[in-house]
Design a protein around this ligand. Structure first.
Ligand SMILES: C[C@H](O)[C@H](O)[C@H]1CNC2=NC(N)=NC(=O)C2=N1
Length: 167
């Protein structure tokens, strides 16, 4: 029988059922969960068909803080957008959005970089508009939820710059 003590499982509880303790985080865009489990070895016949744990207790973290999707103020634009424009980003004609053309050695490098950006975008729930031909990627950042530039765009534009330097 499993016994829970605060956030930890008593070692003896796992030993009593012939299993071992195991803890892990899972995380979504808004919540992180800490799971404490007792893992039991499964017979070969059940491997891959059943979950190998007999006891799970999950704890929710504080809700993750989300960066806001509000339009940048003029002061914030001075601080955040100006440096981007000095670093090769351009305002998009007729839109409150920034765009930049990146060039890589070949398609493989471009795709690898796009993959990095895609994973970060998904984690942040903030996605690029982009266009790729072979080794070139044109990226546009704007926040659809507020119809213009927000701090999320600044963060992702910087991420694009920083990660493109690795290649
Ligand atoms: C429902 C979802 O959270 C929203 O649609 C997110 C998804 N990704 C997004 N990406 C961008 N670039 N702007 C947004 O406003 C936006 N909103």
């Amino acid at each position: 029988m499993a016994v829970a003590l605060g956030r930890r499982l008593l070692p003896s509880a796992a030993a009593a059922v012939g299993g071992r303790n195991y803890s892990c985080w899972t995380s979504t865009t808004s919540l992180a969960l800490w799971h404490t489990r007792i893992l039991l070895p499964l017979p070969d016949t059940q491997r891959g068909t059943a979950a190998p744990y007999v006891y799970t207790r999950s704890f929710a973290s504080k809700p993750k803080k989300r960066m806001s999707s509000v339009k940048l103020t003029p002061d914030e634009r001075d601080v955040h957008v100006k440096p981007l424009l000095e670093g090769g980003w351009k305002m998009v004609d007729g839109r409150d959005a920034v765009e930049k053309k990146f060039q890589f050695k070949d398609f493989n490098q471009a795709w690898s970089w796009m993959n990095r950006v895609a994973l970060a975008s998904e984690k942040m729930d903030h996605h690029p508009e982009w266009f790729n031909v072979y080794n070139r990627v044109e990226v546009t950042w704007s926040t659809h939820d507020c119809g213009g530039l927000s701090l999320k765009d600044i963060k992702m534009a910087k991420f694009c710059d920083d990660t493109s330097k690795i290649y």
